[in-house]
Write a protein that binds this ligand. Structure first.
Ligand code: GLU
Length: 300
């Protein structure tokens, strides 16, 4: 066999073994207990559940109670009750246990700290001492449709000081993004996606000054540790996926498949967010709607 063919076969083999489609399907539901679940969550989680069932896979429930200020145990209890009412079941989670326990992010700090150390040692993150005021008065334009403003880069030069820190406490830690690089991925629901680092999103926070790991770091560490193969979530997180691809590459973690569900909108095209208490699953149920009525609202 020629060297060229050997090379092609080797590449095909590597594609096959690194592709999540060839692993047993593992999906997850990852709600944050910061409010009552609403119709948008119901649609996304129903899709996640159906995709896992269709692939004879495992569904993991992860309680993303990372933020101690905003997470409430009563919302965590309500999430589980409401999803059960809707008819969604999972095989691993805080209520049923499983091989990757604990399934509450508040109990998984050791993993996040280890991830922070790996990023620090490999030179991907820098300590940022900019105050909120520094950032709000910086020239960088706010990033449309995304809650994290573009970081102006002021503390980037501190990347050399990172290794002097034994713990992340006391400053914000940011991932230094490769400016101008296009992060592309094929989403299984949306059209092919592409975001440009430094333009569509800037150096993002991986660990907060108040010593709380940031969403991007925790979710990447957990998806890998729980051997998730496909992420099903709302299309509001598409840009976060691009950020997470950078973390996955930096940490040399396995690639995942992504399915970003369409956002549920009202007749005027306005997104139905968590704030719409009237559309919480609780409220809909109290109004007498059945799970079937609720799921019909997703179909559009
Ligand atoms: N916990 C996040 C949220 O409720 C979603 C995380 C994810 O699916 O990656 O918005």
């Amino acid at each position: 066999m020629s060297l060229w063919w050997t090379f092609r076969l080797y590449n095909r083999y590597m594609d096959a073994v690194s592709s999540p489609q060839h692993l047993p399907y593992r999906g997850r539901l990852a709600p944050s207990p910061t409010g009552l679940l609403h119709i948008g969550h119901a649609c996304t989680f129903w899709t996640a559940c159906q995709r896992a069932i269709a692939r004879n896979g495992t569904l993991v429930f992860r309680n993303e109670d990372l933020d101690p200020q905003r997470s409430k145990p009563e919302f965590a209890r309500a999430m589980i009750e409401d999803l059960h009412w809707l008819g969604i079941r999972w095989q691993e989670g805080p209520d049923v246990g499983g091989p990757f326990a604990p399934y509450e992010q508040s109990q998984r700090r050791a993993l996040y700290l280890e991830t922070w150390r790996r990023l620090r040692d490999a030179g991907f993150i820098f300590p940022c001492t900019c105050s909120r005021k520094d950032l709000s008065t910086s020239a960088a334009a706010p990033n449309e449709g995304d809650d994290e403003p573009l970081y102006p880069g002021r503390c980037r030069e501190k990347i050399g000081e990172a290794k002097a820190y034994d713990s992340p406490k006391g400053v914000n830690w940011r991932f230094l993004v490769p400016d101008g690089e296009a992060l592309a991925f094929d989403d299984l629901r949306q059209s092919p996606q592409q975001f440009i680092a430094g333009r569509d999103f800037g150096d993002f926070v991986v660990w907060r000054r108040d010593d709380v790991p940031a969403y991007q770091l925790a979710v990447v560490a957990d998806d890998a540790a729980m051997q998730i193969t496909e992420v099903v979530r709302g299309a509001d997180l598409l840009k976060s996926t691009a950020r997470q691809l950078l973390l996955i590459r930096a940490l040399r973690l396995p690639v995942l498949a992504y399915y970003h569900c369409d956002l549920v909108r009202d007749e005027a095209g306005v997104r139905l967010a968590k704030r719409h208490d009237a559309l919480s699953l609780r409220a809909l149920r109290e109004q007498g709607l059945t799970p079937r009525d609720v799921l019909k609202m997703c179909a559009s």
